[in-house]
Write a protein that binds this ligand. Structure first.
Ligand SMILES: *Cc1c(COP(=O)(O)O)cnc(C)c1O
Length: 391
């Protein structure tokens, strides 16, 4: 018999009742060290007091008004994002998937309005993840996500990750945009080299193609810059943001240049909940904390400490771990053992990690994880590896 909750997830049996910082308490009272952070969502840890205050203060004032009216909390957060990024304008969504939908629409509308209505094709990359809507699965195109859900939205093409020649060959007079994660998350924590992002930007400029960055997972301070692309000094025309920006409240955004967004006039797009006062009040507090040089420097310092420890684990457990990947606190341990076994063994050590493709164990701790919790996480990963070795 089907469960009351649609069984689309392979769930672990634990249920959590309370969170504090990098720790979660299960129903049985036992505590787990959380290196998943709700898949890069709880960027400032669980029950962060500043976010709880921002949310409860707003909750006592006003939960929701429609986008028929001005929403000052939305204007404030948009201005913060515009001040700190390449973008001139922001649209708020409830999720990364919805951000993907708008990114696609915006890119196509741009060419349509510039009398190039046949420029509809969007180039994406193998291993990408952009969400689960019909548009987002058509963009990423993996067999696992699209099988049985056709006909797919036409106009997408996937290229091999990291093949610059293939991109040059694929861009034609029908190309609308290229969409890429500067650090691929679900695909196995694959960092696009700075040179490749630069080459891609140049190619897009030469051909009038829009460049869309999906920073839903790698953005909002995760790499030690506010957004990952800042490391390469390469800027997109359109960017998708979600996950960390809400710190746990469902919030996403599309950021764009004035030029790329020029087609999105009144009536062309909308959302009932997108940019509501609750989400934006929390988002503004997240930005206030994260978009700060001292905070971002601390992320890089913690990341270096964590990474050094992980390299040590690879050296001491060569039959379990193979290599460390990633940038900042979006880290991956490429495993020799099956990742699913490693995740399970980590549960036994009361440590939460997230599997990714390419047999990679994803480590996405809260950006403000205390140094002592990093040390504790490394000890638990060490014991996890010992469990695998003993099995
Ligand atoms: C999670 C994710 C999405 C989808 O976001 P949802 O909020 O789950 O809709 C899109 N792109 C990337 C890179 C992601 O990691």
């Amino acid at each position: 018999m089907i469960t009351a909750v649609l069984p689309t997830y392979n769930r672990a049996p634990m249920a959590f009742v309370k969170g504090e910082g990098s720790w979660l308490t299960a129903e049985d009272g036992s505590r787990y060290l959380d290196l998943g952070a709700g898949i890069a969502v709880n960027a400032l840890g669980h029950a962060n007091p500043a976010l709880v205050a921002a949310l409860t203060e707003q909750a006592g004032q006003l939960w929701h008004v429609s986008n028929l009216y001005r929403i000052p909390q939305q204007e404030k957060l948009a201005q913060m994002l515009v001040d700190k990024t390449f973008a001139d304008t922001v649209f708020f969504t409830n999720s990364g998937t919805e951000a993907c939908e708008l990114a696609i629409k915006m890119a196509r509308k741009y060419h349509y309005d510039n009398d190039m209505a046949d420029r509809v094709e969007i180039i994406a990359f193998e291993g990408a993840f952009h969400g689960r809507s019909t548009g987002a699965i058509a963009a990423a195109g993996s067999e696992k996500m699209v099988k049985g859900f056709g006909p797919l939205m036409p106009g997408f093409k996937q290229l091999k990750w990291g093949d610059h020649d293939a991109i040059r060959a694929a861009i034609s007079t029908r190309t609308c945009a290229v969409i890429i994660e500067p650090v691929q998350g679900e695909g196995g924590i694959r960092v696009v080299p700075d040179q490749c992002l630069k080459g891609l930007r140049d190619l897009c400029d030469e051909t009038g193609t829009l460049l869309i960055f999906d920073e839903v997972q790698c953005g909002v301070g995760r790499t030690g810059k506010l957004f990952a692309h800042e490391w390469a000094g390469v800027y997109p025309d359109i960017m998708m943001v979600a996950k960390g920006i809400g710190g746990g409240f469902p919030l996403g955004a599309v950021l764009a240049t004035e030029n790329a967004a020029s087609g999105m006039v009144a009536g062309t797009h909308g959302s009932t909940y997108g940019g509501n006062p609750l989400g934006c009040a929390v988002g503004a507090k997240v930005m206030e904390i994260v978009a700060d040089d001292a905070f971002l420097d601390a992320v890089s310092r913690k990341a270096a400490q964590f990474r050094q420890g992980l390299e040590g684990l690879v050296a001491s457990h060569p039959t379990v771990f193979e290599a460390v990947r990633g940038q900042g606190l979006i880290l991956g341990l490429k495993c020799k053992a099956a990742t699913t076994d490693v995740v399970k063994a980590a549960y036994a050590e009361h440590l939460l990690t997230v599997p990714a493709a390419d047999n990679v164990l994803r480590l996405l701790p809260a950006l403000n994880i205390p140094d002592a919790d990093i040390t504790e996480a490394l000890a638990r990963l060490d014991r996890t590896a010992l469990r695998i070795e003993a099995a």
